[in-house]
Design a protein around this ligand. Sequence first.
Ligand SMILES: [Fe+2]
Length: 532
Amino acid sequence: MHKRSVTPLLVLAAALLAAPLACTQAPADPLKGATSQPPPVDLLEGATWSYSTDDGKTFSAEGPTVDPGEKVVIVAAAKFDVADPAPIAGLTLTTGLSPQVATDLSLNGKPFAPPLKEMTYREIPGVDPALLVSGPNVLTMTFGIMNGHDEARPLPPMTTTLIALKGENVAFQTGPALGYFDAEHFTVTCRTNVPIAVTLRARPIDAKGAAEILVASDKALMHRVKVKRAQGVDAYEFRLEAAFGKAVTTTDWLMAPRWSDVTDGTMRFAAAADSRTIPHQWRAVSLAIAAAKPQLLVFAGDMVTAGRSDWEWDEQYFGPAKEMLATVPTYAVIGNHEEEAPVYPELFYTPTPDGRGKNWSQQVGDVLLIGIVGHTSFAPGTDNHKWLERTLAESKAKFIFLFNHYPGWSSRGTTALNEQGVPRDKITHQSRTILMPLLEKYNATAYVAGHHHYYERSEPAAGVTSIITGGAGAPMSSRSQPDLTNNPHSKGVVSRLHFCLFEVSGDTCTMKVITPDGEVFDTRTWQAREVK
Ligand SMILES: [Fe+2]
């Protein structure tokens, strides 16, 4: 028995009956599949469809005709033949409906679901090919439609596809992306287009006699690999490998980050934020970051427009910056547009015990880096506050940078003051009354944020520089008011694509703010902090 689903009726309203169903499959993605291989096959090509409007009790070859204003829940069944499921590594279902409006998905009577709850999928990957049988198969799904037109309309033909991916179609869909690294480890994340085990193969460089390292992940779509370096080996090249039958898919050989590069008294790291929505702009910024060869990047949030739309992670963040993410370890800080999506902690590897923590800190070289979830409470007495204060108090680093998606000082309107002279916005209020004073107390170097789509540097009297680096690709914005009403400490607002590059040498840290064309439009130098 299929449960009736009411919500999809409203979601689909009019869209289904206004025009033939449009396939919502993404345009061809250069990251998927090797072009020289045969294309994957749609098992539903030539399928026979039937429809039920009584919860699956009876089926008709004809789809229902829906009267004006009427809502109908339909169970659609596709019969198709499969000669031999054995060579199929994975199945991807594209319903042809608006994302995720189909419910009660089943293959040969066995239910299946999208990979992560609370995510929406344009393509549902990872459908288990073990659900297929040799011979006749049946796919069923339930969806609602509403006719918002003035006349009765028939259900348009189904455009559902069920793509059978074979060994030669296996691809690294997302990544590989380098995550945090330390004296003993480096980390890598990736996503494959079918559930499969992935092996990371690391070869020592300049270390005679040192053995190759193999680290395997479980059979899954998401892969998170933490590699422990062998004693005395600093440099590795590595690649990822996925094998199905005789077919082996590999990434290029990539360089793992070297800890010695950040512990020799010099260090360069980049900061950027707000890449979302305009992929070609983010691509330009990411290529400029890669060309600057920083030892790591801290990305301060808002990677995608809507974090729960699964496809945006590839289209807006990982795809455009593929080269940079494979060569520059990224330390991620969550923004509001990530929507606390469950896929977020799977995609990034942070310096926390399980790599999924969203509040993190790590001293890298002479710099303490701290990333926090600025939309959660850091009020005195909370675990967050205790952790942050302890982290600051214990640090002997020469420089401390806090990364929070949300700025404390900004010339945008959201940081404006109310009649009582405090920021209207709760998150800004917290940043200004709790976070900035904590940084001041421990003589930190700077507070780095995004959220507002421009560059702004502020120099409050207490001495902790406040930077907004929201120029990684999102639509540019500007200050709300031409004067300093919202931010008396502002040294200026620049609405240009950019990233920040910090170079540490001895007791000096210099920031350059750089456009994709290589123009430096702001610089700031800090001396090593006095440790209190
Ligand atoms: Fe934001």
